[in-house]
Design a protein around this ligand. Structure first.
Ligand SMILES: Nc1ncnc2c1ncn2[C@@H]1O[C@H](COP(=O)(O)OP(=O)(O)OP(=O)(O)O)[C@@H](O)[C@H]1O
Length: 572
C-alpha cells in the first residue's frame, strides 16, 4: 500500500494523528464522557490529580478530565465557525475589492487598512460588546475581527495573479471579470489561503479561550476550555492540574492546527484537482468564417501611459498597419520600440491606464476603440488568438491544459464538453504534441517549454482564428525547439488560413517567416518592406538591424556594428 507523501514527514504524521484525536474527541467526547462530566459527587469535591481523576475534580466533585474532553466539541466548533466567518467574509471582501473600479478599489483597500490597524483582540472585544456575552456572540466577534486579515491577504494574492498573461488571455477570450476571478484567480491563491486558514484557526482557538477566560465567551452552564481554565486558575496553587489540564488541551489543539498549516505549506505546490463545472450541453458550433474582409486596419495609433509627473507620456506615436487575410506580418525593433504595446492595442489588451487613440482601429469590421457588444465579444474570443512570450506565465498553473483549451469553445462556440475535448485533442495532435489524449489531462508544469508554447498555439486554434498575434513566442526557447514552434505556427496558419502578426527583435527570424516586415523604433514605424526585398532596405536603422545579424561569413574578430541612438546619424 502506498503511504501518502504527507505522512512521511514527522510534522505530517503528528498533524494527522492529532487531527484524528481531535475529531474523535469532538464527535464521541460528549457521548462517551458526557455522564461522567456532569455526575456530581460532593464527597469527592476539589480533589487533586489521581489515577481515577487525572486532572482532579471541581467544586461539585465532577471529573475534570471528562469535562475537558467533553469541552472539545464546543471549543473546536466555535473555533471552526469563527475561522469560517473570517475566511469566507475576508475572501469575498478581497475578491470584491479586486473586481471593483479603481476608485472604489482604493476605498475598500483603505477601509481594510484602517480595520487592520486595530489590534485583533480589541476588535473582537468591541464586537463581543455588540453581540453580547454569549458563545454565538463570541464566535461572531472573533470571526468578524478576522475578516480584514483575510481580505488583505486575498486582495494582495489576487493582485499578484491578476497581472499574469493567462488572466489577460482569459480577458481576451471574453471571459467576464467574475468568471475570470473564480476560474483563474481564486484557484491560484487557494494554497496560501489554506496555509493561513490553518494558522489562523490556531490563533482563533486561543482567542476563544481568552474571551471565555475573561467571562466574555461561553456562559454557564455551558463550558469550554477557556471557562474550565478560568475555574481551575482559582485553585492553581492548591491543585495545579485543574488549570493545567484545559491548558494542555488548548496548546495541543493549537499545535495541531499550526502543524496542519505547515503540512499545507509544504505541499503548497501540489494543486487541488480541478472542480467539475456545470455546462450547457449544446453542439451549437460557429461555422468557419469564409468571407475575406480586411483582417486589421489601423490608422494613426497612439498610446500613452501615465508618467511620473502625473501627465501622460506617449509611447506609440501614430502607427498605421493593415493586415490582409492569410498574410504574415512581422514587427521588428529593439526592446522598448513599442511592438508589444501595438500588438496589445490590436487585441484590446491594454489596461485602463493606457490612453489609446486612433483614426481607425478595426478588426474584421469590429471597432476596437468602442466597447464590444456581446456578439462582438464572442467573435473576438473565437477569431483572435494571442501567443505570449513566456508560456509558463500565459497558462494557468492550476488548470489542466485540456480545461484551458476547452474554455474558448465552451464559452463562445457553446460546444458540449465531449465535443470540445475531442477538438482539443485534435488541435494538440496538429501542433504535434505526442500522446495528446493523456497529455490533455496534465498541468502546464508537466509540459516542456516548447510543448507549452505549442499548446498555446493549439489553444488559439480552438476557436476559428482569423488573426494570430504571436508576441516573441520563441524568445524563451532554444533554437531546435524554436523551429518546432515556428513550424507549428505555420501549420496552424495553413489549416485555418489565419493572418499572423509576428513580433520579434530577431530580424533574421522574421524575414524567414513573414511576407512583410514593419520596422519600429521609439514608437514609430521607420520602414515597411517585403521580407524577400530586405536587402533593399533604405532606412539606416533597418540596415543596422540587418548588419547586426551574424552569418557563416561574418568575421568573428571584427567588432559588431552598433546602432546609434534615434537622434544620431546611423552608419553601417
Ligand atoms: N503599462 C505600461 N505603463 C507605462 N509604460 C509602458 C507600459 N507598457 C509599456 N510601456 C512603455 O512603452 C514602451 C514600449 O513598450 P513595449 O512593451 O511595446 O516594447 P517592446 O518593443 O515590445 O519591447 P520588448 O521587445 O522588450 O518587449 C516602453 O518604453 C515601455 O516602457
Amino acid at each position: 500500500m502506498r503511504i501518502p507523501s504527507f505522512l512521511r514527514s514527522p510534522q505530517g504524521l503528528a498533524a494527522s494523528i492529532g487531527l484524528v484525536l481531535v475529531i474523535l474527541a469532538t464527535v464521541f467526547g460528549p457521548i462517551v464522557f458526557g455522564d461522567l462530566a456532569t455526575e456530581r459527587s460532593i464527597p469527592d469535591r476539589q480533589q487533586g490529580a489521581s489515577l481515577g481523576h487525572p486532572f482532579g475534580t471541581d467544586e461539585l466533585g465532577r471529573d475534570l478530565f471528562a469535562r475537558v474532553v467533553v469541552a472539545t466539541r464546543v471549543s473546536v466548533l466555535l473555533t471552526l465557525g469563527a475561522t469560517g466567518i473570517s475566511v469566507v467574509g475576508g475572501v469575498l471582501l478581497g475578491v470584491i475589492a479586486v473586481l471593483l473600479p479603481k476608485v472604489l478599489q482604493r476605498l475598500v483597500a483603505g477601509l481594510i487598512d484602517i480595520l487592520l490597524s486595530f489590534p485583533w483582540l480589541l476588535l473582537a472585544l468591541f464586537f463581543s460588546v455588540i453581540w453580547g456575552t454569549t458563545a454565538v456572540g463570541a464566535m461572531l466577534a472573533v470571526g468578524f475581527a478576522g475578516i480584514p486579515v483575510f481580505a488583505r491577504l486575498t486582495s494582495t494574492l489576487a493582485a499578484s495573479v491578476a497581472g499574469s498573461d493567462y488572466v489577460r488571455a482569459a480577458g481576451m477570450l471574453g471571459s467576464g471579470n467574475l468568471r475570470t476571478t473564480f476560474r483563474h484567480v481564486v484557484p491560484n491563491i487557494l494554497p496560501p489561503l489554506l496555509v493561513n486558514t490553518a494558522a489562523h484557526a490556531s490563533v482563533t482557538l486561543l482567542s476563544f479561550a481568552a474571551l471565555s477566560f475573561l467571562g466574555l465567551g461561553v456562559q454557564a452552564p455551558e463550558y469550554d476550555w477557556g471557562r474550565l481554565l478560568n475555574e481551575g486558575s482559582k485553585r492553581i496553587y492548591v491543585d495545579p492540574m485543574a488549570a493545567i489540564g484545559p491548558g494542555i488541551a488548548i496548546v495541543l489543539v493549537g499545535v495541531v492546527f499550526a502543524l496542519l498549516g505547515e503540512v499545507f505549506s509544504e505541499s503548497g505546490g501540489r494543486r487541488l484537482p480541478p472542480k467539475a463545472v456545470r455546462r450547457r450541453r449544446s453542439t451549437d458550433y460557429v461555422a468557419p468564417v469564409t468571407d475575406e474582409t480586411t483582417t486589421l486596419e489601423m490608422t494613426d495609433l497612439r498610446v500613452a501611459f501615465p508618467g511620473r509627473d502625473g501627465g501622460m507620456v506617449e509611447r506609440v506615436h501614430g502607427v498605421s498597419l493593415t493586415i490582409q487575410p492569410g498574410e504574415t506580418v512581422g514587427i521588428v525593433g529593439e526592446s522598448g520600440s513599442g511592438k508589444s504595446v501595438t500588438a496589445s492595442a490590436v487585441a484590446g489588451l491594454l489596461g485602463p491606464d493606457a490612453l489609446v487613440t486612433s483614426t481607425r482601429l478595426m478588426f474584421r469590421e469590429i471597432d476596437m476603440t468602442a466597447v464590444p457588444n456581446a456578439s462582438e465579444r464572442r467573435r473576438l474570443g473565437l477569431e483572435q488568438a494571442m501567443i505570449f512570450q513566456d508560456p509558463l506565465t500565459s497558462l494557468n498553473p492550476a488548470l489542466t491544459i485540456g480545461r484551458q483549451m476547452r474554455e474558448a469553445s465552451e464559452v463562445h462556440a457553446r460546444m458540449s464538453r465531449a465535443d470540445s475535448l475531442r477538438r482539443a485533442v485534435d488541435k494538440l495532435n496538429l501542433v504535434r504534441i505526442p500522446d495528446a489524449e493523456r497529455r490533455i489531462g496534465q498541468l502546464p508544469h508537466e509540459f516542456s517549454g516548447g510543448m507549452r508554447q505549442r499548446a498555446m498555439i493549439a489553444m488559439g486554434l480552438m476557436g476559428n482564428p482569423r488573426l494570430i498575434i504571436a508576441d516573441e513566442p520563441t524568445t524563451a526557447l532554444d533554437v531546435t525547439v524554436q523551429r518546432q514552434v515556428m513550424q507549428a505556427l505555420r501549420e496552424a496558419q495553413n489549416t485555418t488560413g489565419a493572418a499572423i502578426l509576428f513580433i520579434s527583435h530577431d530580424i533574421a527570424l522574421v524575414s524567414g517567416f513573414c511576407d512583410r516586415i514593419i520596422v519600429m523604433r521609439d514608437g514609430r514605424v521607420v520602414e515597411e518592406i517585403a521580407a524577400d526585398r530586405l536587402d533593399e532596405a533604405q532606412h539606416p536603422y533597418t540596415r543596422g538591424l540587418i548588419a547586426c545579424v551574424p552569418d557563416m561569413t561574418t568575421d568573428r574578430t571584427a567588432v559588431l556594428p552598433v546602432i546609434a541612438a534615434a537622434d544620431e546619424e546611423i552608419t553601417v
